[in-house]
Design a protein around this ligand. Structure first.
Ligand code: ADP
Ligand code: AMP
Length: 218
């Protein structure tokens, strides 16, 4: 099964993709994580992406699309994967469909996690991430057992520089202008599932799992 996770920054795409990955065994592929890893390795792609990420802008489509297609072509994605943070523009969604068609694959579902803007800002301002395994924590709603340390792997927790207030506002603007239109794209294909993301983490996971089990009306 190929699933696309859609939602504004802070909606819980990564958190829910991790839960679904555990439930289904599918790999979780997050475009933002791939860029941050490329940057840590100091690759040209990572350094180019940084200039956009620092400003809260989207990395150009040609860089993003080729990075994701390369990852999706890995053997571990042969039976499916969970795409988190990609696609984020209409050209990305179209390129993904074209590439999948050539490979005899299809996106099965697009899950939109809907969260009010004031809640997104609270989530991003309290987000801490593991530097090693990318697990996401929140100072109030899902704190780690030991402050600053990942429960799963013991890795160091850090706050993303683009989670600061000014950049968050830019990222939200970009989401509403450039990513919202792709909801309609998946709706027209009868693949869109909208879930209430303004519940606790387990509540949202329950909504997603039951929506995935329900037949889609076409
Ligand atoms: P995204 O991948 O969409 O940017 P994350 O999954 O990283 O979002 O979640 C953003 C922040 O909100 C994290 O700190 C995470 O722990 C927290 N969070 C995620 N889902 C919920 C939820 N349902 N309720 C409260 N906090 C949440
Ligand atoms: P994320 O970790 O998903 O919040 O993404 C962090 C940043 O990476 C974004 O603000 C963009 O600059 C960049 N990015 C991630 N995914 C994409 C994408 N699909 N298209 C363009 N830029 C992206």
């Amino acid at each position: 099964m190929y699933i696309v996770m859609l939602g504004a920054p802070g909606a819980g795409k990564g958190t829910q993709a991790e839960i679904l990955a555990r439930e289904t065994g599918l790999p979780h592929i997050a475009s933002g994580d791939l860029f941050r890893q490329a940057l840590e390795r100091g690759t040209e792609e990572g350094l180019r992406a940084k200039t956009y990420m620092d400003k809260g802008e989207l990395v150009p489509d040609e860089i993003t699309i080729s990075m994701i297609l390369q990852r999706v072509d890995s053997p571990d994605c042969a039976e499916g994967c969970l795409l988190d943070g990609f696609p984020r523009t209409l050209p990305q969604a179209e390129a993904l469909d074209r590439a999948f068609e050539q490979r005899g694959k299809d996106i099965d579902r697009a899950i939109y996690i809907q969260v009010p803007e004031e809640e997104l800002v609270k989530r991003l301002s309290g987000r801490w991430l593991c530097r090693s395994c990318q697990t996401s924590y929140h100072v109030i709603t899902s704190p780690p057992e030991t402050p600053g340390k990942c429960d799963k792997c013991g890795g160091e927790l850090y706050q993303r520089s683009d989670d600061k207030k000014e950049t968050v506002q830019d990222r939200l603007r970009v989401f509403f202008a450039q990513t919202m239109p792709i909801l309609d794209y998946y709706k027209k294909q009868s693949k869109l599932i909208t879930v209430n993301g303004n519940l606790d983490i387990q509540g949202v996971a329950g909504e997603i799992i039951s929506a995935l089990q329900a037949p889609m009306s076409r």
